[in-house]
Design a binder for this molecule. Structure first.
Ligand SMILES: Cc1cc2nc3c(=O)[nH]c(=O)nc-3n(C[C@H](O)[C@H](O)[C@H](O)COP(=O)(O)O)c2cc1C
Length: 523
């Protein structure tokens, strides 16, 4: 009896700890930071604390009172390419020329990264809409520039003030060597013209979505970062992005605290060149902070996870965890080839970004198979674009020409679909997506599924960050490929994890859905 009571109180304390985000006062361990577990939606709602909601939504931008501002030129026309041209020729920059880019080039790049693309119509509620989608239009993502070689812009750290399309001077002058110390591989970064750093102010999402907001924040970075990568390539700039970086050094560079706001991805841009400094030095040995002696993290659980997966210098390198490539799901034979890759729509990438919106309404009618095949190729067909190897793409098909409704996996290597089950999933899928009607009215749901490894091993490591960023990047390419083809998309990342995974046959341990973008004809 006493044992029962004790375990009841232990259970109660455990549940309270999970809800308040105070899971442990002790040093965090990988087990305690099962971030995937604590960012689930359940039938009762999202786990974790919401920030006090005494007032309206948090500001969607930062304020830097009294700091000098630099106006960015209005948008200029530059060479532009189609999404298909960019995706098919994708290669990260080997090195940079060490030459300057113009302020207009930088301004254009920032606009297409996450600038305002739709001012809120007068009388209509809500913020101005941006180049990348954002959960609930709360915009937790911020953009900074470490400018080294930009004509007319003194070297320094700048904050991109989205609403006014201008830069705020955060710090004058900076040594590119500071970036080289913080980034892996570092050989190219000192000759880049500018390094663009994407951060998140996590509280903006936890205000509404509690712990779940952590996933959205990192997915947002994937959406925004993908615009940046594609727009840089479209304009003929070289770019290289870095997911391996020493968080503390970069947060310090931007004068942010690394708890309330933290760097989430890093992109160097410049004119193409060769690598000056051969990358012959052995890579720096870094380890996640949670494994470093004496490490303690503070803040709500999602921020603690982010801090615990900071990279810090250590003797031992970050552990590599092997994740089997093959899904545990049984498949139906044979696989279904998708139409050969056509040239793709003629719309330029910048026009697709400019008109991109999350559709308000999907229309009835089928998705043509050729469009579907093309969008899948753009989204996930080219391994060189991947920022994590551990994300697969699955499809819940409602209405695609020549395809039976059902559940499929996209096989990138063979550009074909592997069927897992057939039959309409409209009702159950919509219920698992919290009853959001677009889950059933779209033609297809594209699911980004993480291979989390045995026992969700990766959900306790920095790799989980990378998988979220990658799934956002895939989502952004779906949006842009859909716009280019005259179709529509909408993220639906609010779903009940256990219900969705159960419906599709994922165990939620080794494999789990982490992001969802709906696709179809729409307005
Ligand atoms: C991570 C993420 C999750 C989202 N989840 C949902 C969702 O569950 N349901 C929905 O209707 N829209 C969702 N959206 C779309 C946003 O509501 C939309 O991007 C935002 O309102 C801005 O509008 P825009 O995309 O047209 O610029 C999500 C967007 C992101 C980036």
């Amino acid at each position: 009896m006493r044992t029962d009571r004790r375990s009841f109180f232990r259970l109660l304390a455990g549940a309270a700890a999970l809800l308040t985000g105070k899971a442990s006062g002790a040093k965090p361990t990988p087990e305690r930071f099962d971030i995937h577990e604590v960012t689930r939606n359940t039938r009762l709602g999202a786990l974790g604390v919401r920030r006090p909601r005494l007032s309206g939504p948090p500001l969607d931008h930062k304020r830097y009172p009294g700091k000098p501002r630099v106006a960015l030129p209005a948008r200029v026309d530059e060479p532009a390419r189609t999404l298909a041209e960019i995706v098919r020729q994708w290669a990260p920059a080997e090195g940079f020329a060490g030459a300057a880019i113009s302020l207009a080039q930088l301004g254009r790049l920032l606009h297409f990264t996450n600038g305002v693309t739709l001012k809120a119509p007068s009388g209509e509620k809500g913020p101005a809409r941006r180049a990348a989608p954002s959960a609930g239009a709360l915009y937790s993502g911020e953009v900074y520039v470490a400018a080294a070689r930009v004509q007319g812009l003194p070297s320094g750290i700048y904050y991109y003030e989205v609403g006014q399309h201008r830069l705020v001077e955060v710090a004058v002058g900076f040594e590119p060597a500071r970036l080289a110390d913080a980034i892996e591989p570092s050989g190219s970064i000192e000759t880049a013209a500018a390094t663009i750093l994407l951060t998140n102010v996590f509280g903006r999402y936890s205000w509404r979505y509690a712990n779940r907001g952590y996933r959205y924040a990192l997915i947002d970075s994937g959406h925004i970062g993908e615009n940046l990568r594609l727009a840089a390539a479209s304009a003929g700039l070289a770019q290289r992005d870095f997911l391996l970086f020493r968080d503390d050094l970069l947060n310090e560079l931007l004068a942010i605290d690394g708890v309330v706001e933290s760097v989430c991805s890093v992109h160097a841009v410049g004119l193409p060149g060769t690598l000056r400094k051969a990358e012959v030095e052995p890579p720096q040995a870094w380890v996640e902070a949670q494994h470093a002696p004496g490490f303690t993290a503070r803040g709500p659980i999602t921020e603690r996870y982010h801090a615990a997966t900071k990279l810090v210098p250590q003797r031992e390198a970050v552990a590599r965890i092997a994740v089997p490539k093959d899904s545990a799901l049984p498949s139906l034979e044979p696989s279904l080839p998708l139409p050969a890759r056509a040239a793709g729509p003629a719309m330029k990438l910048e026009d697709a970004i400019q008109i991109r919106r999350s559709t308000a309404r999907f229309e009835s009618g089928q998705l043509p198979l050729a469009d579907f095949g093309h969008i899948l190729e753009m989204a996930h067909g080219h391994a060189a674009l991947a920022r994590s190897e551990n994300v697969d793409v699955y499809l819940v098909v409602h209405r695609v020409e020549a395809l039976e409704p059902g559940f499929y996996r996209y096989d990138r290597d063979h550009h074909c679909l592997v069927a897992h089950r057939t039959g309409s999933l409209v009702g159950e899928f919509t219920r698992a997506c919290l009853g959001q009607e677009k889950a059933g009215t779209a033609a297809v749901g594209v699911l980004m599924v993480a291979r989390l490894g045995e026992g969700r091993a990766l959900a306790s490591t920095r790799r989980y960050r990378d998988m979220l960023v990658e799934s956002g990047a895939i989502g952004q390419r779906i949006y842009l490929a859909a716009e280019s083809a005259g179709l529509s998309a909408r993220n639906l990342a609010a779903f009940i994890d256990d219900d969705l995974n159960r419906l599709l046959g994922f165990d939620g341990q080794r494999e789990a859905a982490i992001h969802l973008t709906m696709l179809g004809p729409g307005n």
